[in-house]
Ligand binder design. Structure first.
Ligand code: DGJ
Length: 331
């Protein structure tokens, strides 16, 4: 083969390879536990995250724990997607120790709410010192999901210690913060004020010491999920149900066979995708890697849910059919 032909062949092969990568990237498949590349090819950094949808676009916010982060900052990653599988990196939002918490200060589980009245994006975050004794939420505000966030204040919701936080927006648009309260050995569901800048009212106190709290309302029933308090180590996550957010809440049951430790994951959020035939409820969880946090993975799976029962099936690649609302899980 002469040199010209050789180069032509190499070019064709490279183009073929690139187009097959592009197809893979647009497959719509969600692969629990795998490296999850964004549009730049970097593993998504949105750990302990939360998702909101505006129009057709989902925004995913979470802890941005890349290996090359400047250690004096903590960052919140923001990504956007229309199919929950292909994510575009928008920004890493920098925060520099807003409450003088010391070198090893902690910013975890950021959750962003969009306030229709003020047109502001209001970010809640768990703020702490190295020993987790500060136990407060911090609030920062922006005009855009991926804009400049101005730190507003920190406080203890309802005057109580707050560590892991979760976000719940009901179908009627009302917004709640879920927070773990160690001294009372349980967790709270609390309503946000109209401008979302305060935690106004206790809606429910659930007497179970749960972290990674997440709630969904499905066919008129509320389901709450949380994990036990075992640091970064996974444990069997559990769920309870109630016909009203304010309770009474049922006993807690396992969401997966307990020996799997929730398939090595910890809950962070649940999300509904409604279509013409069904509504898929997605369980979103983190598979933490404490010694290499940047490589922590995500376990997202459609739940088997209904009639007061909730089950996390064995993780497999899957996708949502946005027309029908059905989840298609690979065999
Ligand atoms: C468990 C929490 O869910 C995480 O967000 C983090 O705070 C770890 N504990 C720290 O050990």
């Amino acid at each position: 083969m002469n040199l010209n032909k050789y180069f032509r062949l190499i070019t064709i092969l490279t183009l073929l390879q690139l187009s097959s990568y592009a197809q893979k990237g647009k497959s719509g498949l969600i692969k629990p536990g795998s490296v999850w590349p964004d549009n730049m090819g970097n593993h998504i950094q949105a750990h302990g995250g939360g998702i909101i949808k505006l129009g057709k676009v989902y925004y995913w916010f979470g802890e941005y724990r890349a290996k090359d982060n400047d250690p004096s900052f903590r960052y919140v990653g923001v990504y956007s997607s229309e199919n929950l599988s292909d994510w575009k990196f928008l920004k890493k939002i920098p925060f520099s120790d807003p409450e003088n918490l010391g070198e090893k200060w902690v910013l975890e589980r950021p959750k962003v709410y969009y306030n229709e009245k003020s047109k502001k994006f209001v970010m809640y975050m768990h703020l702490d010192d190295a020993k987790y004794r500060f136990a407060r939420v911090g609030i920062a505000v922006s005009d855009k999901p991926d804009g400049e966030y101005t730190f507003v204040k920190s406080f203890r919701p309802l005057g109580l210690e707050s560590r892991d936080i979760g976000q719940f927006i009901d179908d009627d648009g009302s917004a709640y913060l879920i927070f773990e309260s160690r001294p009372t050995k349980g967790f709270y569901i609390a309503r946000l004020s109209d401008d979302y800048l305060n935690v106004e009212k206790e809606t429910a106190y659930i007497n179970a010491p749960l972290e990674g709290g997440a709630i969904i309302q499905y066919k008129g029933l509320y389901y709450a999920i949380g994990s036990a308090l075992t640091g970064w180590r996974p444990n069997p996550n559990k769920y309870a149900t109630a016909t009203s957010l304010s309770g009474p809440w049922s006993e807690f049951k396992h969401i997966a066979p307990p020996e799997t430790n929730t398939y090595q994951s910890q809950s962070t959020m649940m999300l509904k995708v409604a279509g013409s035939k069904a509504t898929t409820v997605i369980f979103m969880a983190d598979q933490w890697k404490p010694a290499s946090q940047w490589d922590s993975r995500y376990l997202w799976m459609p739940l088997e849910i209904g009639g007061g029962e909730l089950k996390l099936p064995e993780p497999k690649p899957w996708k949502v059919n946005f027309k029908t609302g059905k989840a298609e899980v690979k065999k």
